[in-house]
Design a protein around this ligand. Sequence first.
Ligand SMILES: [Ca+2]
Ligand SMILES: [Ca+2]
Ligand SMILES: [Ca+2]
Ligand SMILES: [Ca+2]
Length: 326
Amino acid sequence: MHAQQTTDAPADARAPRTTDETGLPFLFLALTDGTVITQKGTPGECTARFCAGNPRPADGRVTVLAYALGEENFVDANGNNRYDKGETFTDLGDPFRNDRAVTDLNANGGDDAFTSGNAVRVSGEAYIDTNGNDNWDQNGSGVYNGVLQSPGAGGSANTVHVRQALVMVLSNSTPAITYLDQTPVAGVTPTLALPQCVTGSGFVNNTRTFRFAIRDNNPTVFAPNLRSAHPNDATWLFDRPGNPLPAGTRIAFSSSNGVLLGNTVLTVQNTSAADASAWTYAVQMISDAVQDVAFNCSNPVSSGALTITVTTPSGAVTQTSFPVTD
Ligand SMILES: [Ca+2]
Ligand SMILES: [Ca+2]
Ligand SMILES: [Ca+2]
Ligand SMILES: [Ca+2]
């Protein structure tokens, strides 16, 4: 499965094509939070259609769990295509829907950098009671479950639920654009200062780099985006909340003073990344002033604005400007 982000538009989530060597048809079911799922299944493959609905998770991230009857994996040490007593196998416990997952890396029930302790279900998270004992079991049965076993292998022929999860990001279409190189002051728009040409003095038009966070306005600050997570980085001045803008969002930079270097039009990629690096942009600019051999400056415009225009796939257009001086 691959993660996909979406706005209100339905998106297709695709389950992994199964490789069940018995050819058994796979049953597909899916659960998610804050959403409606419909499903259909064909042997070996299935597709679920996801339609966002309210209520939505506060952090804008939805975990989808797919599960199906299948078998436990084993390492066929002697190469006879059967599970034999003593061969290593993966003992599967009951699947659960990890509603605390932030990316698909932790939707698999494994701990990660974002949340410790999230390999284990907490109360309230849906689970599939594979062994029918009315409890969520973290651990498996202790024996191999699957049909490919030799007589006397000591396993159980029963199937178990195999599972896979993904995290979808419900990005919203309201951009939050923040200049990162200065601590914000309420009511004050930061000024972007380019090198100034001064008549009579040699003009060195050094490139200036300005960094912006451009993401949606979800207020959640994920663990990697806390200032406290970057104690040795003096450029992290404050927490960086938000989720990526919807995939396909267009971000355009223009300026009425100075010269923008590099790409001025960018497209937001499809990502479920929680790290702010997915939506941090560095803009490089120089002054448009020129100086002649007698050190006279020409700079028709010394005060203008850098404008950032964000256009989401739904057509919402948002503009934010910052003064530019040179
Ligand atoms: Ca074997
Ligand atoms: Ca159970
Ligand atoms: Ca087992
Ligand atoms: Ca200028």
